[in-house]
Design a protein around this ligand. Structure first.
Ligand code: ATP
Ligand code: MG
Length: 436
C-alpha cells in the first residue's frame, strides 16, 4: 500500500477528550473517529488491526467450536422468555419497529442462541455443541469512555456451549479456558485468568482474563507468580482431560472485584500484587439458567428429558485493540506486536523524485509484497521529520529508510520499532531479513 493513496489522517496535536494513552494514540494514528459517545468509525489503519485480532480469536475458536452469525437486532419477546427484558435495565437499547413491535439491539446473545438450539436439537446424540459468533453489541453504558475500551457499540466474540451434564459442561469450559490462553498469547498479551463473580449459581467456573494496567477499570489481587507465568498451552489435545492443566493455571490466588478475599490477600503478604486491570475476556458457566427458562431440552440416553447445561464465553475484540496499545507503546507512539500489526513493514522514502531513491523503494516494495509481506510505503512529498514521526506513531514493527546518501553505497537503514535498533544493510539483506 502506498501511503500517498492510503487514508491515514494522523493528528499532531493530542486530542483533549482522550484521557488514556490508547485512546490518544488511536485518534492520533488515524485509527478511529468518534461518531457519538462510545460509538466509533474504524478508519483503514484501525480496521486492519481489528481484523487481525478478530482473525486470531476466530482461529483459536475454530479449534473447539463453529462460527455462525446472529443478528444485532433481536425481538423483545425472546428476552421476555428469560425474564431479562425487564431485568436488563437502561443499558439495553430498546427499539420499536413500524408495526409497534418491541425490538432491541443485542447487548449479548444467550436468548437468541438458546432459541436456535431448542428449535433444532432434540437428542443427547447431538451434544456437545460449541457455537460462536463475532458481532457488534450495544450497551448504553452509563460512562462510555477511554475510546474503544468502554464503548457503547463494540465488537465481541461470544461463544455458547451446550452439554448434557455438569462434567461435560466443565470440559467445554476448560476448552475455552485454554483457547483464551492461546488467543491472548498470540497477541503478545499477558492475560491472567482470575476468579470472577459467578452470579446466583455460584461455583468456581467464572474467570475473567485481565491485563494489568493503570488505566484498567477492574481492581484485582493476585499472586506475583502470575506476572511471569508462561501461558503457552501449545499442542493441547482438546479431547483429553484438561482439568489438570487448568488446575495448574489456577492453583494460586487471583481474583477480581467481588471475588477478592481480604484474608487470602493478607496471607500472601509480600507475594501479593494488587492493582488495576483491563478485562479482555470472560468465561462463564451458568448451568440451566436459560435452558430451563426457555425449554432447551433434549432426550437423554435413557429416554428421559434433560435440560441442557450452558456456558458463555466473551472476548472484547474491539477493546483488545486498545488493550494491546496500553500494553505496548512509548512516547513516540504505538509499538504493534507483529501478529496484530496493520502492516509488518513501513518504507520511508526520504527523497521522493530522486531516481535512485525511488527505484530502491520500488524494488524493496515489490520484493516484499511478492513475498506476501504487508507493506506501507511512505512515498509522500513531505519532510523527513514528519515521515519519521508518523511512522513511529503508527508503530509498524519494521521500518526501511531509504535516503540518497545510503543509496550511493547501495545501503538502506532498517529499524526495529520495538528495540529502536538501526542497521545499514543492502536492499537484498533487508528484504531477506524481513521475509525470513
Ligand atoms: P465490564 O465488566 O468491563 O463492563 P462485562 O463483564 O459487562 O464487562 P461481558 O458481558 O463479560 O462484559 O462481555 C465480554 C467481554 O466484552 C468483556 O470481557 C469485555 O472484554 C468486552 N466488553 C464488555 N463491555 C464492553 C464495552 N462497553 N466496550 C468494549 N468492550 C466491552
Ligand atoms: Mg464480565
Amino acid at each position: 500500500m502506498r501511503l500517498s493513496r492510503f487514508f491515514l489522517p494522523t493528528l499532531k496535536e493530542t486530542p483533549a477528550e482522550a484521557q488514556i494513552v490508547s485512546h490518544r494514540l488511536m485518534l492520533r494514528a488515524g485509527m478511529i473517529r468518534q461518531s457519538s459517545a462510545g460509538i466509533y468509525s474504524w478508519l483503514p489503519l484501525g480496521f486492519r488491526v481489528l481484523k487481525k485480532i478478530e482473525q486470531i480469536v476466530r482461529e483459536e475458536q475454530d479449534r473447539i467450536g463453529q462460527e455462525m452469525l446472529m443478528p444485532t437486532i433481536q425481538p423483545a419477546d425472546l428476552w421476555r422468555e428469560s425474564g431479562r427484558y425487564d431485568a436488563y435495565g437502561p443499558e439495553m437499547l430498546r427499539i420499536t419497529d413500524r408495526h409497534e413491535r418491541d425490538m432491541l439491539y443485542g447487548p449479548t446473545n444467550e436468548e437468541q442462541i438458546t432459541q436456535i438450539f431448542r428449535d433444532s436439537v432434540r437428542s443427547y446424540r447431538d451434544l456437545p455443541k460449541m457455537l460462536y459468533h463475532i458481532q457488534w453489541k450495544f450497551r448504553d453504558e452509563v460512562r462510555p469512555r477511554f475510546g474503544v475500551m468502554r464503548g457503547r457499540e463494540f465488537l465481541m466474540k461470544d461463544a455458547y456451549s451446550f452439554d448434557l451434564d455438569y462434567n461435560e459442561a466443565r470440559h467445554s469450559y476448560n476448552q475455552q479456558f485454554i483457547a483464551y490462553l492461546r488467543t491472548f498469547q498470540r497477541m503478545a498479551l499477558k492475560a491472567i485468568p482470575m476468579q470472577a463473580e459467578s452470579g446466583p449459581i455460584g461455583g468456581d467456573m467464572s474467570h475473567e482474563f485481565v491485563i494489568l494496567a493503570e488505566t484498567g477499570e477492574s481492581e484485582i489481587g493476585c499472586h506475583k507468580d502470575y506476572l511471569g507465568m508462561d501461558w503457552t498451552a501449545a499442542g493441547i489435545d482438546y479431547a483429553s482431560d484438561l482439568q489438570p492443566i487448568i488446575d495448574g493455571f489456577t492453583a494460586k490466588y487471583a481474583a477480581t472485584d467481588d471475588k477478592r478475599d481480604a484474608k487470602a490477600e493478607k496471607a500472601l503478604a509480600k507475594d501479593l500484587v494488587t492493582g488495576r486491570a483491563i478485562e479482555v475476556g470472560h468465561i462463564f458457566y451458568f448451568g440451566k439458567k436459560y435452558s430451563k427458562a426457555m425449554n432447551a431440552i433434549v432426550t437423554g440416553p435413557d429416554g428421559n428429558d434433560v435440560t441442557v447445561e450452558m456456558g458463555s464465553y466473551g472476548i472484547g475484540v474491539s477493546r483488545l485493540v486498545g488493550a494491546v496499545i496500553e500494553a505496548s507503546h512509548d512516547d513516540a507512539g504505538i509499538i504493534w506486536p507483529e501478529p496484530v500489526a496493520p502492516f509488518k513493514v513501513g518504507i520511508i522514502n526520504l527523497k521522493p523524485g530522486d531516481k535512485a531513491c525511488d527505484k530502491a523503494c520500488e524494488d524493496t516494495y515489490d520484493n516484499l509484497v511478492q513475498s506476501g509481506i504487508e507493506v506501507l510505503y511512505d512515498d509522500r512529498e513531505a519532510r523527513a521529520g514528519a515521515k519519521f514521526a508518523d511512522m513511529d506513531l503508527i508503530g509498524l514493527p519494521w521500518q526501511v529508510v531509504v535516503g540518497p546518501r545510503g543509496i550511493e553505497k547501495g545501503l538502506v537503514e532498517i529499524k526495529g520499532r520495538k528495540s529502536g535498533e538501526r542497521q545499514e544493510i543492502s536492499i537484498l539483506s533487508a528484504v531477506n531479513r524481513l521475509t525470513s
